[in-house]
Design a protein around this ligand. Structure first.
Ligand SMILES: *Cc1c(COP(=O)(O)O)cnc(C)c1O
Length: 358
């Protein structure tokens, strides 16, 4: 009998994390509606820009200066108030490392983006999760009340992944007022482009109006822009805060191809807006039909919808899978379904109707 090998010591909080295992790849005739990706091909000009970026034998520009200048002009800020990372998740990780260590607390809503708990744990800090309201929204007064002298960072996710509603502009402004000025508030707007509720918080407006150095806005090219595979996202914020994030970054992780693709995508704005409109319209139709089918679907402002299946989550997700629909179950809680191809909608509604409790 061979003995278990002795493994190197692992930090206990890391050993306690669930090991990352990617979900099953979709079979060719299945619809992959599990990762909030964009069902469209890259925007016009993107593939050409990636090929033209060429020079894969060379390291990229470590600061993504061209893209930062583009984004700075777009948002009316200086290039140093923009920080580009290999996906906005890596920018969030940097902000956590820069602000929050052992003994510190990070407040966020729950359920929210599944990456938050492990990113906080990796930084060595403690997660303080504030339950969503009954209609799956952030409970901002409760989140403000959860801030202690140990709190270093608060994440607000709008629209909230996976449940869908946005945070309102006024409630966000009141929340920022209630939070101490030395606590960083990260507004994670990965799905901002899909928002159609105009009372929602909007990062660049909130920054311009409130003018608070402790508010940082995260955006990404992974969702609306369809560049999930090229890993590129960014933060807009105070230079001092972003400098701290830059100091924690793994150098050179933003590729020249990603930067070129992002710039080309910004050049294709009108086509982008058209696609976003198509997806938002598809989303609204799907929400309507799911509600008709008997599901109490919360307001959906991203490119996904939420079925609060509760204890039946695993069973309902299996019914979707059976029908060739790869969805994202959160056992005990609910199922997130991304807005994909038009042809997927009827199938989604069919399974939803068959599994609804009326
Ligand atoms: C998808 C997503 C991100 C961004 O992911 P990247 O691909 O790393 O840019 C960030 N926050 C939320 C809530 C998301 O759903």
């Amino acid at each position: 009998m061979s003995e278990e090998p002795v493994l190197p010591r692992i930090r206990p909080e890391i050993a306690a994390l669930p090991a990352y295992r990617q979900g099953r790849q979709a079979s060719p005739d299945a619809f992959k509606l599990s990762s909030n990706e964009n069902p469209f091909e890259p925007l016009p000009g993107v593939l050409e820009a990636v090929v033209a970026a060429g020079a894969f034998n060379r390291y990229p520009d470590a600061t993504a200066a061209r893209l930062r200048e583009r984004l700075a002009a777009r948002y009316g800020v200086s290039p140093d108030e923009v920080h580009v990372g290999a996906g906005s998740v890596s920018v969030l990780a940097q902000l956590l490392l820069a602000t929050s260590g052992p003994g510190d607390e990070v407040v966020y809503a729950w359920r929210s983006f599944e990456a938050y708990p492990s990113l906080v744990a990796v930084a060595g800090a403690k997660s303080v999760q504030v339950p969503l309201t009954a209609d799956s929204r952030h409970d901002l007064p409760a989140m403000a009340a959860a801030v202690t002298e140990r709190t270093r960072l608060v994440i607000v996710c709008s629209p909230n992944n996976p449940t869908g509603p946005t945070v309102g502009y006024d409630e966000f402004a009141a929340f920022v007022d209630a939070v101490p000025r030395d606590v960083l508030v990260v507004l994670d707007e990965a799905y901002a482009e899909f928002v159609t509720d105009l009372d929602s918080v909007e990062g660049s407006r909130v920054r311009a109006v409130l003018n608070r150095p402790n508010v940082v806005v995260l955006r990404t090219f992974s969702k609306a822009y369809g560049l999930a595979g090229l890993r590129i996202g960014y933060a807009i914020g105070h230079t001092g805060v972003l400098d701290a994030a830059r100091s924690t970054a793994i150098p050179l992780s933003v590729t020249a191809a990603g930067e070129a693709a992002a710039i080309a995508s910004l050049d294709a704005e009108s086509e982008l807006l058209h696609r976003v409109k198509v997806i938002a319209e598809r989303r609204d139709r799907l929400v309507h039909r799911l509600r008709e089918a008997g599901w109490d679907v919360p307001d959906a402002q991203g490119n996904f919808v939420w079925l609060a299946a509760g204890d039946r989550t695993v069973e309902v997700a299996a019914a979707f899978e059976e029908a060739g629909l790869i969805v994202r179950p959160f056992p005990g809680d609910g199922i997130r379904i991304s807005i994909g191809e038009e042809e997927s909608l009827d199938r989604v509604v069919e399974v939803a109707a068959a599994t609804a409790v009326r």
